[in-house]
Design a protein around this ligand. Structure first.
Ligand code: MN
Length: 148
């Protein structure tokens, strides 16, 4: 089963995302702040990290910076989840080392598309062999995606 670490300090958002992810067949671990997210990565070895930007202790930018600075986790896909929906913030987020971006409120189609894209892309790297059945191949999904 594909493991997701969900780092989000807001309990309501965390519960909503957990339900969305579990309904899609993912195994979900939770972290409530940035430091806990870093600790949990080491403990749970997730396949992907959903990382809220605005969190106590360490924010999402600080967390992704530490992740990218650690060779062991440099290829871990990290998807930003944030209320910062302005264009300049999007660029800042992608330039900071995140692999993708979801704005709140979460659009379920975008969530699915981003997870498919990031987990499919990872297969030349650290993928384990029995992950692909959880989702459809990236190439098929993307040909019908129409963006915004
Ligand atoms: Mn937050």
């Amino acid at each position: 089963m594909t493991k997701i670490l969900l780092a989000e300090d807001n309990a309501v958002n965390r519960e909503l995302l957990r339900e969305l992810l579990e309904a899609r067949g993912f195994e979900v671990d939770e972290a409530c702040d940035g430091q806990e997210a870093l600790d949990m990565i080491a403990q749970t070895q997730p396949d992907i990290l959903l990382l809220d930007i605005g969190m106590p202790v360490l924010d999402g930018f600080a967390v992704v910076q530490k992740i990218r600075g650690n060779p062991r986790y440099a290829t871990l896909p990290v998807l930003a989840v944030t209320a910062y929906a302005m264009q300049g913030d999007r660029e800042k987020i992608l330039n900071a080392g995140f692999n993708g971006y979801l704005s709140k409120p979460i659009n379920t189609r975008s969530l699915t598309e981003e997870l498919e894209r990031l987990l499919g892309k990872r297969e030349d790297g650290s993928a384990s062999p029995n992950k692909a059945h959880d989702i459809h191949p990236v190439s098929k999904a993307r040909t019908v995606a129409t963006g915004k």
